[in-house]
Design a protein around this ligand. Structure first.
Ligand code: SF4
Ligand code: SF4
Length: 296
């Protein structure tokens, strides 16, 4: 699994860019799960999105702390130390800018930098600083995904009125991106943010030291006892459950697993009672019951 982190500013389409890449990977038979994180919701403020790229479906939904790929949508993010936090030595940086030395001066050791003057192209193509499709094109130049799949994802997923401009921007992003390669070995250094240690201390003590019972991630991931949040819990009518597992796929904390009889049941230490599983169940056999009904 490779981890991706995207940095940009509100209004530059960082989230849409992530979704397009996600669909491009899907076209190529891979999976990229993208999660956005906003600060204050206004144009110009910092926006970060996180992604995980894998040959198999991705279940983790936490932030990415050790990105193998950084995609930087705005030149103002290039000189911020936080942009590069946890970046894997030997990873790939795809950046909107003109000065490769500005990136190297931040102490990172990438194996590849793909640099494109996205702001200039964006103004020429769209008349604004909307760099997302240009950066998608530049990302394709890194070799992680093909330009054809990226353009197809745009064609299939963007509103009709944006497709032509977006494809033109992506093509220019790809054509005009400059690739710098470095002879650097890939090295992951475990990154454990201070605030994360505090959260780890709240985990249910009897649970294993990872995000939840299904996870394959390691112990620097966030662990929250989200089971304490719920006021309702899912109850499955097993007589009519068809064991399709759709509820498990949709659970936002991924706390549903099959039991020994193949019925999909929630781990109540992590279930936060959101009711998404009940909403998505095709047979409508999950009822959300008030927690008070289960109190002695
Ligand atoms: S989605 Fe509904 S029918 Fe399918 S496994 Fe879950 S509870 Fe059963
Ligand atoms: S209510 Fe259902 S979807 Fe929501 S957290 Fe619990 S098991 Fe997951």
């Amino acid at each position: 699994m490779k981890q991706i982190r995207m940095h940009g500013r509100g209004g530059q389409g960082v989230v849409t860019g992530g979704e397009i890449l996600s669909n491009a990977f899907l076209i190529e038979g891979k999976y990229l799960a993208v999660m956005p994180s906003y600060g204050v919701e206004r144009r110009g403020s910092d926006v970060t999105a996180y992604g995980r790229l894998s040959d198999t479906p991705v279940r983790e939904k936490s932030m990415t702390y050790e990105p193998d790929y950084l995609i930087i949508f705005d030149p103002s993010q290039l000189s911020k130390q936080s942009t590069y936090e946890g970046f894997v030595q030997g990873g790939v940086i795809v950046a909107c800018g003109t000065d490769v030395d500005e990136i190297l001066s931040m102490g990172v050791k990438p194996s590849k930098i793909v640099l494109v003057d996205g702001i200039k192209i964006a103004f020429e193509v769209t008349g604004s600083n909307l760099t997302n499709m240009i950066m998608c094109g530049a990302f394709a130049k890194s070799g992680a995904v093909s330009l054809d799949a990226t353009l197809q994802a745009m064609d299939e997923n963007l509103p009709k009125s944006f497709i032509k401009t977006s494809i033109a921007g992506a093509r220019r992003g790809y054509d005009e991106a400059v690739v710098y390669e470095y002879d650097v070995e890939e090295v992951h250094i475990k990154h454990s943010p201070q605030w994360n240690r505090r959260i780890l201390a709240c985990k249910a003590p009897e649970k294993p030291p990872y995000e939840a019972p299904w996870g394959n991630c390691e112990n620097h991931y966030i662990v929250l006892p989200t089971g304490t949040w719920k006021v309702t819990r899912p109850v499955v009518d097993t007589e009519n459950c068809i064991k399709c597992g759709i509820c498990a796929g949709f659970c936002p904390v991924q706390c549903i697993r099959p039991d020994e009889n193949g019925y999909y049941l929630a781990d109540l230490d992590y279930c936060k009672g959101c009711g998404v599983c009940a909403h998505e169940c095709p047979k409508k056999v999950i009822s959300m019951k008030l927690e008070s009904e289960f109190k002695e």
